[in-house]
Structures are given as C-alpha cells and as structure tokens.
Design a protein around this ligand. Structure first.
Ligand SMILES: [Zn+2]
Length: 191
C-alpha cells in the first residue's frame, strides 16, 4: 500500500501558508496604493500594525512620491453618498461595480486575513479601480468605498435595489416603503 509521504504534507502546508502570506502582502500593498488607513488594511489582511508600517516604508522606498496617509476617523456617514447629484451618480457607478463583482454578497463578515476576506478585498480593489476608470476625477475615496461595502453588504443603512420602472440598479434606504424609481425614471415621469 502506498503511504503518503509526511514531508509532502508538510510541504503542502508550507506552500499554502506561503501562498496566503503572499496574498496578504499583495492585498496590503494594493490597499496602500489606494491610500487606505492602517486599521482598514489590518481589518482585511490580518497583518499586524508593525508589518503594515514596514510594508509602507519599503513601498515608499520604491515609490517616487509619497502618497498621503489618512489619519483621524474613518468615514462613518452614509449621508456622504447623497450629498450632491454628482456623488449620487458616482456612488451608483461604484455600487454597480461592487455588485457585479460580487463584493457585496454574503454579508462580508470574514475573519481578517482569511482566504475569503483576501478574495473579497482583491475584488473590492478591482471594483474601485473600475469605478476610477469610468469616472474621470472620481471623488469617492477608497476609505469611503470600504465604508460603502460594509453598509451595502449589511443592508442596514443603504441597500441595492431595482428601479420599478426600468429595472436598473439603484440604491435605496433599507426601510423605504415608497415605490422606488431611479432618479432618471423619477425625472421622466414627472414631466
Ligand atoms: Zn429607472
């Protein structure tokens, strides 16, 4: 009978650990490029503050210019996304990308640094980069995008819904009882 080699199991575990470590560092670097806060990077990658600081220093050595680091409080007001018509439109672009890439599925409650959290984090970066690509002069920061992901995934402050007239994706208040129409349809029916 063929017995599996114990060292092969050990190699596989080492490979898995190495793979996950690499994913964590790669995601942390992507978050850093988007000017994420240390606490945000920690919450998604599970890396210690010390390792994030070291990564940031080595990133600076490679980068030509120093990206600004955000200090102080994280975004916490959902009203930010409806502050102006432009921000409403941008939020819809960002939410559409987040929804299409599956970033909002399943409540987003993975443990920091788990493979599920790392995968979702990478998709979040994809969605944010897509949004920046289609919205020249994009105003929504990465930190605000992270806040939006949490709110939409939980659905407690704002959720994804569908326009009752055109069927398009829109954002609605969670307990709204009104018939929901997107801003475009609402404007057309009023005329
Ligand atoms: Zn509509």
């Amino acid at each position: 009978m063929l017995r599996p080699h114990p060292w092969k199991d050990a190699m596989r575990i080492t490979d898995d650990r190495y793979h996950r470590e690499r994913l964590r560092m790669e995601l942390a670097l992507r978050f850093l490029r988007h000017e994420a806060r240390t606490q945000t990077i920690r919450a998604w990658t599970g890396l210690s503050d010390d390792r994030i600081r070291k990564l940031y220093r080595s990133y600076l050595d490679d980068a030509q210019s120093q990206p600004p680091r955000h200090r102080g409080k994280s975004p916490h007001q959902i009203a930010y996304f409806t502050r102006s018509l432009r921000l409403q439109e941008e939020t819809l672009s960002l939410a559409t990308a987040l929804w299409l890439l599956g970033v909002l599925a399943g409540g987003a409650t993975e443990a920091p640094g788990s493979l599920a959290a790392l995968a979702r984090g990478a998709l979040l970066c994809d969605a944010f980069e897509f949004y920046q690509g289609v919205r020249p002069g994009a105003q929504i920061s990465f930190e605000h995008a992270v806040f939006l992901v949490g709110a939409l995934a939980r659905g407690d402050l704002l959720r994804v819904g569908w326009c009752s007239a055109c069927g398009g994706l829109m954002l609605v208040e969670p307990f709204s009882l009104r018939i929901t129409r997107c801003p475009h349809c609402a404007a057309t029916t009023r005329c």
